[in-house]
Design a protein around this ligand. Structure first.
Ligand SMILES: CC(C)(COP(=O)(O)OP(=O)(O)OC[C@H]1O[C@@H](n2cnc3c(N)ncnc32)[C@H](O)[C@@H]1OP(=O)(O)O)[C@@H](O)C(=O)NCCC(=O)NCCS
Length: 148
């Protein structure tokens, strides 16, 4: 599967995948609003069928950020997130970004392994950043140089 660009009109398809991946789903309107804003771009896998995974990013000047990334449970461990991440980094670098940032819950072992494997390193920590029924969880702030 090849990651392809998606746009505001695809927001409901992204929201459908997001709802299968996170306890607090984002609405289609929320995706559409972000995608209509400056510097936002998204890639998805699954075309021409249903979206099975996507990454949503934003680039402002020479910094880019991963806003959210998800793969449907049934399609995990097939390398799709890795593909999405690498294409997003390549696009951001092509558009002028020098570095990519993200925030990830420190109990999200799958995502932490994905990002570490893609070369992201810790640059900060936000205490009690994600609300959880069992108590708030910190976020790790990670960065990856795009010039390497
Ligand atoms: C995190 C997530 C996006 C990974 O998607 P995926 O398509 O299954 O990931 P990939 O198959 O590309 O995996 C790439 C690497 O990430 C790591 N990884 C992925 N899932 C993992 C898991 N469950 N446990 C441990 N490592 C994992 C592995 O190093 C893997 O490489 P390997 O398969 O060669 O061992 C997916 O589990 C998901 O959607 N989770 C819920 C949403 C989420 O947490 N998003 C990230 C928020 S910051």
């Amino acid at each position: 599967m090849t990651p392809t660009p998606v746009f505001s009109r695809d927001a409901p398809r992204l929201a459908a995948v997001h709802a299968q991946a996170f306890e607090t789903p984002w609405s289609a309107d929320a995706f559409a609003e972000v995608l209509a804003g400056p510097g936002a771009f998204a890639l998805a896998v699954g075309e021409p069928g249903p979206v099975v995974g996507f990454v949503l990013c934003r680039r402002i000047a020479d910094e880019a950020e991963i806003l959210t990334l998800a793969v449907r449970p049934a399609d995990r461990r097939r390398g799709l997130a890795d593909l999405l991440l690498n294409k997003a980094m390549a696009l951001a670098a092509f558009a002028g970004a020098q570095a990519m940032f993200l925030e990830v819950a420190e109990d999200n072992l799958a995502a932490l392994a994905l990002y570490a494997g893609a070369g992201f390193v810790d640059v900060g920590r936000r205490t009690a950043y994600y609300a959880r029924p069992a108590g708030a969880v910190a976020a790790r702030v990670m960065r990856r140089d795009l010039n390497i």
